[in-house]
Design a protein around this ligand. Sequence first.
Ligand code: FAD
Length: 417
Amino acid sequence: MAELNAQSLRTGCCITGGGPAGMMLGFLLARAGVDVVVLEKHRDFLRDFRGDTIHPSTLELMHELDLLAEFLQRPHQEARQITGYFGNAEVTVADFTHLPTKCKFLAFMPQWDFLNFLAERSQRYPSFHLRMQAEVTGLIEEDGRVVGVEATSPDGPLQVRADLVVGADGRHSTVREQAGLKVKNLGVPIDVLWMRLSRRDGDPHQPLGRFNRGKILVMLDRGDFWQCAFVIPKGGIEDIRGRGLSAFRDALADIAPFLKGRLEELTEWNDIKLLTVLIDRLEKWQRPGLLCIGDAAHAMSPIGGVGINLAIQDAVAAANILAGPLRHGAPAMSLLQKVQRRREWPTRITQRLQMFIQDRLLSPVLAGRKQLAMPWPLRLIRRWPILRRIPARLIGIGFRPEHVQTPDGPAPNRSEL
Ligand SMILES: Cc1cc2nc3c(=O)[nH]c(=O)nc-3n(C[C@H](O)[C@H](O)[C@H](O)COP(=O)(O)OP(=O)(O)OC[C@H]3O[C@@H](n4cnc5c(N)ncnc54)[C@H](O)[C@@H]3O)c2cc1C
């Protein structure tokens, strides 16, 4: 990175957003010897609303990067199966123990731990630069080509010029909006209420989905607490608030009776966060000098908890295709298009599956008009347990898994190892 002056930098690749997509791409490019600046608008990675799932495919990448053992030393939980209750019937929906991966489980780790881990490992490479509290507000363009970004920082306005700008700034991406990239909104009928409840001895161990007439609750075991996601019809929050907190607690007790006695931990509506769910994707992920990846290119629903996985897979594909060319200057538009061609099919098919599940499973349950009937895919899985391997593969690995092909180029700064 060349510091043109205190507030003006020049780099090979400027990545907007330090989420899973941006941090993984930053790490891989720096590891391959490309100069990278990652701009993240928050002061730290400590945010509660992010998914906490680390998939077997991501753990496989950690293995390929020789980081797995170190990574798994961080506090985490491991789920080898996912169980759901449909009415009173228990169904093991996914069984990860047969996956052809090193880790045959889904790991739950707070996303800030995962991002901190990547940041620490990235900082071992001298060409990696992470600027926190740097919010990108605009693009710098010359002759129809994106050549950098403008950002705010605690020290005042910041300009970063780069051979390539990557928008990894999530589903409300400033970069994609500023670039005028066209978004196709696919429509989602649900939102999610996100809250924590304490975990107690004797509680179940596995992640749980509970479906009952009019109600859906997903509970993720986070050690000493449950991270709970209560699914509601889109825009239904005012109605729920109108009925009062006590009615909301009753709804939770109704669907998960073992929670009775701890629902008073929800003392006010501030304890319950509304997360708006979106599914969309860009028609074109790139313009000359610019590429979008992760949720900035395709916002994912929380269904299946696969958004982080896709974001990371995009980062690996982008690094595989672009790291070499970036060492020599700006990559050609055809290479940026190649990243989209590589990742668009897995994105489309995953989004189609998410929409199938929301329309065929979630919406009828939430409508809650008739007696709850177990959908045929769950009936099949219940009858033939071997079929549990299919959802495990879709969730745990996904479509077209990526593998690290970038070199561990320059020697890391050994004094820090
Ligand atoms: C309710 C809910 C629950 C979910 N649960 C899961 C789950 O359990 N598992 C799972 O795999 N997926 C889950 N997802 C989806 C998942 O969160 C996303 O798909 C994933 O985080 C995308 O990663 P990303 O790096 O592309 O974007 P993000 O994680 O959104 O990261 C973008 C980063 O960019 C930063 N940023 C934004 N704008 C700017 C700017 N202008 N300048 C600088 N920085 C900026 C943000 O602060 C953020 O750090 C869930 C989604 C929702 C809505």
